[in-house]
Design a protein around this ligand. Structure first.
Ligand SMILES: Nc1nc2c(c(=O)[nH]1)N[C@H]1C(S)=C(S)[C@@H](COP(=O)(O)O)O[C@H]1N2
Ligand SMILES: [Mo]
Length: 264
């Protein structure tokens, strides 16, 4: 007769009864649960008791957390390429009712005729550009999945001028050797900092249309940033000024503890 288990000379181990097997598995899974939750609790407590970062361009996060965010940014930046495009969709898939979120610095009506975009060169020279001048530049449309850090996303359709086309038209190429672009609302209440490679990405737009119509105030009239490689927080509505710098420009949500890079 063939032996069911083990080697020839060894006495076969008495198989565990079903009850014993269950007890044993319970013991292992409960034990692992205790050990893992202990580690998770310890880790959380360590983070909770760790010092908060020194407030500057970024603020409000625990030091180790900010270190992790900055490390992730470095890793992301290594893989960032202008050849990697964000997925786009056919026009029919764009939402008809475009979701509207917060309006810090872009509340209420705006006098578009009185508005102009201020472009501050690092030399101190300031260009003032009207909406008609921007609309005269080559137009680009994009239909993509807009993502907000609050956990919603929506396929939406935007139109405007590519940031990189805008740069070359206004002969701002020398400014792009700097590390960052800063954008602020006219009242300076909302502001973002964007790393130069993301700003110059071919899908980044200075947008003046949504669903082929002029932007309404709630979506950032007369001009907003549409930057598909970033979360919604970086897509500043109602741009008042654009500046260039090597240090990180101030950023509304980074000052509240969010990731400065906020890449997708
Ligand atoms: N001026 C200004 N721009 C802003 C915001 C804001 O509060 N003020 N909120 C940001 C956030 S968090 C998101 S998700 C998008 C929302 O854009 P929408 O209202 O067009 O959907 O705008 C971004 N740009
Ligand atoms: Mo958002």
């Amino acid at each position: 007769m063939k032996k069911p288990f083990g080697k020839k000379d060894k006495a076969p181990k008495k198989p565990l009864t079903v009850d014993q097997q269950i007890t044993r598995r319970n013991f292992i899974s409960f034990g692992s649960f205790i050990v893992l939750s202990g580690a998770a609790y310890g880790g959380w407590k360590w983070l909770y008791n760790s010092p908060e970062e020194t407030a500057s361009v970024t603020a409000g996060a625990r030091k180790p957390l900010r270190r992790a965010l900055n490390k992730t940014e470095l890793a992301f930046r290594k893989f960032f390429s202008n050849n990697n495009l964000v997925k786009t969709y056919p026009k029919e898939m764009a939402a008809k009712n475009v979701r509207h979120n917060s309006d810090i610095g872009s509340e209420g009506k705006i006098d578009v005729a009185a508005w102009s975009l201020q472009v501050k060169k690092q030399s101190g020279e300031v260009l003032k550009i009207t909406l008609d001048e921007i609309k005269a530049l080559p137009k680009t449309d994009i239909i993509y999945d807009f993502k907000c850090v609050e956990g919603w996303d929506q396929i939406s359709h935007w139109g405007g001028v590519k940031f990189s086309d805008f740069i070359s038209h206004y002969k701002l190429d020398d400014q792009t050797s700097l590390g960052y672009v800063g954008m602020e609302t006219p009242d300076k209440e909302y502001y973002v900092g964007i790393d130069m490679p993301s700003a110059m990405h071919p899908q980044t737009l200075l947008a003046y249309e949504v669903n082929e119509k002029p932007l309404p105030p709630k979506h950032g009239a007369p001009l907003r940033l549409i930057i598909p490689v970033k979360y919604g927080i970086k897509n500043l509505k109602r741009i008042g000024s654009i500046s260039f710098s090597d240090s990180r420009p101030r950023d509304y949500w980074a000052e509240q503890g969010y990731d400065y890079y906020s890449g997708l």
